[in-house]
Design a protein around this ligand. Structure first.
Ligand code: NAD
Length: 615
């Protein structure tokens, strides 16, 4: 038998263990080995029940994504054929779930007649996150097991459930006492099934999952959710597949699901999301950072600057249970920053994402200060002051004096040279760039900028910390704009040119949100701050002087003090505002009104295209 599957028989129970580390991906060789093991068990008259489990602490994280679109995905046995084979076994088959049973891993468990899981097991169908739908029977078997509502919720959210919740829903038959007891509990379950002469495939609780649903149930479901899905293809296909489970017998439903899965897989959205999936894993492999590279303990963090970025950065650490001290130059700015943090937590409470108790615990971890002496015991300091080399050098000069030896000194600069900043300190090996994106408490990306002198253990500590606060870290070298802002430049350039050519900001952003982006690029600048972009350009006027035309718009906005949401800059065209009340500095030049302001007034601007560009 293949090394990819462990097989042994004990007292009439065949134990079949998936053994494809690290997560038992169901690649073609694993599928073939599993099919072969099941055949051996089926032919062996001594075997009464089969137990399928995962070696190495996990049942299975699913099919092998690297096989997608390659001949291996279709080679014998392909995934649907294997599952069909399992459902046709003439002996009961129990899936014993430990760690994760995700995607194809859960569909494999659904094809087994019975399921038992240990308490910390996570069960889910995350295909939607790759722009796909479950294609191995998930959309057909799950509604028959747990009903349409619960199945749609699992499939559309892509979020996994813990075993206890899976038991409540009827997704599993038994909850094991613990991970250690899983196989013993599964064996006891097998004995019961054998004694009862239980059928290999019991009748599902809801053989007709559509019974009792309103005629327009699926239409209404789509109408209620389509705004949230924006231009995404996969959620609609998933709903169609679940609707099929309500309308067709299982066999025909599986064929239809397969066709819908192929449609999702051929979409450019899925191609892009799979690219992101692999890119994130690739970004995790950093030269010169090994598993055994030492990490420095980080028990206290300091953030300098309580503006747009500093507040959000502080929240990340408080959310992870790490105390933060937030430093500002003026009391007023500090109070404003702390108030904004409280407001952000209040919004989460109102949206039901956070309890008040937890929010208060997190707030209690954030202390404000105007005194650098309070940074003396910080293990990591992140500077998020104005984007000016002079100010940043001053700040790092002070940090060098007050911070303890071994403290990591990080800058959140968007574009400035980290080596130049490090050079003002006596410890350039401890200096690194930690470039968060706005809103810093929400966005997952964290650029980790490695300076010429940055020590490997400083880099390793930053990467470990990124994981701890739930960020995806990408390591960059020192160069203007690092990675994200270099990518953003042509995108923003063309958006601004479109506005100069007569499109309204709302029109530009609408194209992007209809494409599926969470926010249009002009709304994004409005959120990030028009002043931040201006300061970035100021530091590089020489490099962009050959073609400054596209910056004109944002430069003019800056000149008028229209920095965006941080200022809530009111326009003379905002409903109810009169021109007289608007300070001259905030009035728009008449040439703009002629070119794009009036069309914008006629087609009202979406709320998200706010302050600076609003009119
Ligand atoms: P901001 O203007 O909103 O906030 C800067 C804060 O720093 C202000 O509250 C100011 O009072 C404070 N400050 C200024 N000098 C200080 C000093 N010497 N000591 C202590 N505090 C001081 O700016 P921001 O948008 O938060 O940007 C901060 C940094 O983050 C910049 O380097 C910027 O390029 C970078 N960044 C910004 C964004 C964004 O979207 N806004 C994204 C990534 C990185």
């Amino acid at each position: 038998m293949s090394a990819l599957v462990q097989y042994h028989v004990e007292d009439g129970v065949a134990f079949i263990g998936l053994a494809n580390p690290p997560v038992n991906a169901l690649s073609q060789p694993v599928r073939a080995a599993l099919a072969a093991a099941c055949e051996v068990a089926e032919r062996d008259p001594a075997v009464r029940v089969l137990i399928l489990y995962g070696e190495g602490g996990s049942f299975s994280a699913g099919t092998d994504i690297e096989e997608f679109g390659t001949p291996a995905a279709l080679s014998t046995p392909d995934f649907p054929t294997l599952l069909r084979h399992l459902t046709q076994l003439d002996k009961p088959l129990i899936a014993a779930l430990e760690g994760v049973a995700l995607g194809g891993g859960l569909e494999l468990a659904l094809a087994c007649g019975y399921r038992i899981a240990e308490p910390s097991a996570k069960l889910g169908l995350p295909e939607i996150q790759l722009g796909l739908i479950p294609g191995g029977g998930g959309t057909q078997r799950l509604p028959r097991l747990i009903g349409v509502d619960a199945a749609l919720s699992m499939i559309i959210s892509g979020q996994p459930l813990l075993a206890a919740r899976a038991r409540e829903l009827g997704l599993i038959d038994r909850l094991a006492d613990s991970a250690d007891a899983l196989l013993d509990n599964a064996r006891a379950f097998a004995e019961e099934l054998a004694a009862q002469k239980a059928p290999p495939q019991p009748q599902p609780p809801q053989p007709e999952p559509g019974a009792g649903l309103a005629d327009d149930f699926f239409q209404r479901y789509i109408e209620q959710n389509q705004k949230r899905w924006r231009g995404q293809v996969a959620p609609r296909l998933a709903v169609e597949a679940v609707q099929t489970a309500c309308e067709l017998p299982l066999e025909q439903g599986l064929v239809r699901e397969s066709a819908l899965f192929s449609k999702a897989m051929e979409s450019s959205q899925s191609t892009a999301l799979c690219h992101v999936f692999f890119a994130e894993r690739q970004a995790d492999k950093v030269p010169a950072v090994e598993r055994d590279t030492p990490r420095r303990p980080v028990a206290k963090v300091a953030v300098i600057g309580a503006g747009t970025m500093g507040g959000g950065i502080a929240m990340n650490f408080a959310n992870a249970g790490i105390p933060v001290v937030l430093l500002e130059v003026k009391r007023e700015a500090l109070d404003r920053g702390l108030a904004q943090i409280r407001k952000n937590y209040e919004i989460s409470i109102q949206r039901g994402k956070l309890s008040r108790r937890v929010a208060e615990q997190r707030l209690a971890l954030i202390d404000g200060t105007l005194d650098y002496a309070d940074l003396a015991d910080a293990d990591l300091v992140i500077e998020a002051v104005f984007e000016s080399m002079d100010i940043k050098r001053q700040v790092f000069g002070t940090l060098d004096k007050v911070c303890k030896p071994g403290a990591i000194l990080a800058t959140n600069t968007s574009t400035l040279n980290v080596d130049e900043i490090a050079a003002v300190t006596q410890r350039p090996q401890d200096v690194i760039g930690l470039h968060f994106f706005s809103p810093a408490n929400v966005m997952r990306l964290l650029e980790v900028v490695r300076g010429e002198a940055t020590a490997p253990e400083v880099l390793a500590t930053a990467l470990g910390l990124a994981k701890k606060i739930g960020k995806v870290a990408v390591v960059s070298g020192v160069c203007f704009g690092f990675i994200g802002n270099r990518m953003l430049e042509p995108y923003a350039r063309e958006a601004h040119r479109l506005v100069l050519e007569g499109a309204t900001p709302a029109q530009v952003d609408r194209v992007l949100t209809e494409l599926g982006l969470a926010m249009g690029v002009l709304s994004m600048y409005d959120l990030a701050g028009i002043d931040v972009g201006y300061l970035v350009r100021e530091s590089r006027r020489d490099a962009i002087s050959h073609d400054p035309s596209y910056c004109k718009l944002a430069d003019e906005l800056y000149g008028m003090g229209r920095y965006g949401q941080k200022r809530g800059a009111v326009s003379i065209f905002t409903k109810g505002a009169s021109r007289k009340k608007t300070p001259k500095s905030l009035q728009l030049p008449s040439v703009w009104r002629r070119s794009w302001i009036f069309p914008a007034v006629r087609s009202p601007i979406r709320k998200s295209t706010t302050a600076a560009y609003s009119c």
